[in-house]
Write a protein that binds this ligand. Structure first.
Ligand SMILES: *Cc1c(COP(=O)(O)O)cnc(C)c1O
Length: 384
């Protein structure tokens, strides 16, 4: 009998055996500069000594308890998230992935706005692959094979302020779920006028704003959360990717008055709040705060942007902080990814004509410049 992985991700780019800082190593002994961070997950790089130590020390104490109990690890991580949350008095539900955090958010929205069950979502949004999260994901190719999905999601074209104004005026629409910068769609920012309508909906209609900060959150865009760039204080937000620096963890964080709509027994997760994963989360946030990482990300972004804009074939650079995309104006992105890999650089193509850059936030200036030099060679056509 044999076993191997299901074919869901296409042919693998390589087989990786080790990581250190901004570098990954494959089973051939080749080294790659990592401009993907496992899709915005390993923000502190691979094998970060502080995170490794926090996890190792938790591993030698306690692995799992069930949620009939709290642990210092789960309480500590909730308190840490509370310290950085954009509102006072945060309530945290821990789960194990981004999609699960979205599921929890959708259930909380039902409870918090019981008479207004419809949820506005953005065109091309990505919120995860489980059926509920997929119902909120407005990417036709991902949805189509799994129809029918949950009903009650109203699609709003990105940055169409008047469309959004109409949708939030619908008394059945109680919630807007949005990525402050759309990640999987190819890195697209909200425009200020559009964000303003979100803020007005929250103020004038009591619309629940749920920011999906799973990809944007935790310093990636040069602030703890990307909502902040637009002056949005969401009622709730989701986290996952960078929260465990690679250990599986997700979180739904809500204002206390919103979270109180959940009653005991409404939701749960066997592994949610796992001591090892939450110990990692506490270490991640503590390290980010102590090292002023958001500031560092803004500095590195300022350094990278002019270099990226000057790359051959790049028509625009989108995004913020170290969540950036190069628009190539032609469907050559997968070829660029392939050639970059061959030249020792890991990047990703969220769409046929865009390259996404998500380097670790601890990357050094020389490493960042070196990666951009590799990209320059690939885009000049001097790498095959
Ligand atoms: C990655 C991502 C998700 C889904 O997270 P999973 O851990 O893969 O389930 C949801 N929302 C956004 C914005 C994401 O980038």
């Amino acid at each position: 009998m044999t076993g191997t992985l299901m074919n869901l991700y296409g042919p693998p780019t390589g087989n990786l055996v080790k990581g250190s800082g901004a570098y990954l190593f494959d089973d051939q002994g080749r080294r790659y500069l990592d401009f993907l961070s496992g899709i915005a997950v390993t923000s502190l790089g691979h094998d970060h000594p502080v995170i490794r130590e926090a996890v190792a020390s938790q591993l030698s104490r306690l692995w799992h308890t069930s949620n009939f109990f709290t642990t210092p690890a789960s309480l500590g991580a909730a308190a840490k998230i509370g310290e950085i949350a954009p509102f006072a008095d945060a309530r945290v539900f821990f789960c194990n992935s981004g999609a699960e955090a979205i599921e929890a958010a959708l259930k909380l929205a039902r409870r918090a706005r019981p008479d207004r069950p419809k949820v506005a979502v953005l065109a091309n949004s990505f919120h995860g692959r489980t059926l509920g999260a997929l119902s909120a994901t407005m990417q036709p190719k991902k949805r189509q094979p799994f129809l029918p999905l949950l009903t009650g999601f109203v699609e709003v074209p990105l940055n169409d302020a008047s469309a959004l104004r109409n949708v939030v005026a619908d008394p059945e629409v109680g919630t807007v779920l949005f990525e402050p910068i759309l990640g999987e769609a190819g890195v697209f920012e909200l425009e200020d006028g559009f964000a303003q309508v979100l803020i007005e909906a929250q103020r004038d209609h009591g619309t629940l704003l749920i920011a999906d900060e799973i990809q944007t959150g935790l310093c990636r865009t040069g602030d703890w959360f990307a909502s902040t760039h637009y002056g949005i204080v969401p009622d709730a937000f989701t986290l996952a990717k960078a929260l465990g620096n690679g250990l599986p963890i997700g979180a739904l964080v809500a204002k206390a008055e919103v979270a109180s709509a959940f009653e005991v027994g409404d939701h749960g997760s066997t592994f949610g709040g796992n001591p090892v994963a939450t110990a990692a989360a506490t270490a991640v946030i503590t390290f980010m705060a102590e090292s002023s990482l958001a500031e560092r990300v803004r500095h590195l972004s300022d350094l990278a942007l002019p270099l990226l804009k000057a790359l051959p074939g790049v028509t625009s650079v989108d995004g913020r902080g170290l969540m950036l995309a190069l628009a190539l104006g032609a469907p050559v992105a997968s070829e660029v990814v392939r050639q970059a890999w061959a030249a020792g650089l890991i990047v990703n193509a969220p769409t046929p004509d865009r390259i996404r850059l998500l380097p670790p936030l601890i990357i050094t200036e020389p490493e960042l410049k070196h990666g951009i030099e590799i990209l320059a060679k690939v885009l000049e056509g001097s790498v095959q």
